[in-house]
Design a protein around this ligand. Structure first.
Ligand SMILES: CC(C)(COP(=O)(O)OP(=O)(O)OC[C@H]1O[C@@H](n2cnc3c(N)ncnc32)[C@H](O)[C@@H]1OP(=O)(O)O)[C@@H](O)C(=O)NCCC(=O)NCCS
Length: 177
């Protein structure tokens, strides 16, 4: 569980096991059902969310994604991933993706701490800058801007949540150095 102080200890997950894989799928599903902006509409089939969660952790095992987590292996509180640019021209940057905090723990500083940890981790990996994208029509772009990120672009109608709910995608950059 998360310590009472909510001064979370964030750790790197390099080789997620079966328990953590299950906990991650449950976290993603819970966040999705609560309307979180992490790749699915709120009513997405559970099997789809679980399948993408499993594939995501395969990429962690393969070293294609870097995972940071808060919470127990069987009861995750929050996660975020870094995807470093592949190839010499973009390897100085990473994309920060799938930031999610368990709904009952949101609004208590965990997400902000995890972003700070992701920035530190990206710096350790040798990255100079981060890119994040956020769903339009939410306050999420403002959430990043309030933390020192700069909105550098907007991809109109990039996200088709449902056929009737199409949103822009906001691109946000954080310069580490
Ligand atoms: C977005 C999210 C990661 C933020 O984490 P958190 O732990 O709830 O946020 P924190 O407690 O660190 O920060 C709270 C601040 O963020 C704002 N905030 C939190 N969730 C927000 C949201 N969905 N939209 C806009 N602002 C939000 C709060 O208003 C609060 O502002 P304040 O610091 O000025 O008071 C979390 O709410 C979450 O997991 N949401 C569902 C998944 C999701 O949408 N992920 C975004 C991917 S881009």
């Amino acid at each position: 569980m998360v310590p009472e102080s909510l001064s979370p200890s964030t750790y790197v997950v390099a080789d997620p096991g079966a328990e953590l894989t299950e906990a991650f799928a449950s976290l993603w599903l819970e966040v999705t059902r609560a309307g979180g902006a992490v790749g699915f509409p709120a009513d997405a089939p559970a099997a789809d969310v679980r399948a993408l969660a499993a594939r995501t952790l395969d990429q962690v095992r393969a070293g294609q994604l870097h995972m940071l987590a808060v919470g127990e292996e069987n009861d995750l509180a929050a996660v975020v991933f870094l995807r470093r640019g592949a190839g010499p021209v973009v390897s100085h940057r990473a994309e920060m993706i799938r930031l999610m905090v368990r709904p009952d723990l949101q609004g208590r500083g965990l997400g902000g701490s995890l972003i700070d940890a992701a920035i530190r981790r990206a710096g350790e990996l040798g990255c100079d800058q981060l890119l994040a994208s956020a769903r339009g029509g939410t306050d999420l772009p403002g959430f990043y801007v309030a933390r020192g990120w700069v909105e550098v672009g907007r991809f109109p109608a990039a996200l088709r949540i449902t056929p009737d709910d199409v949103r822009d995608e906001h691109w946000l950059q954080y310069r580490i150095r």
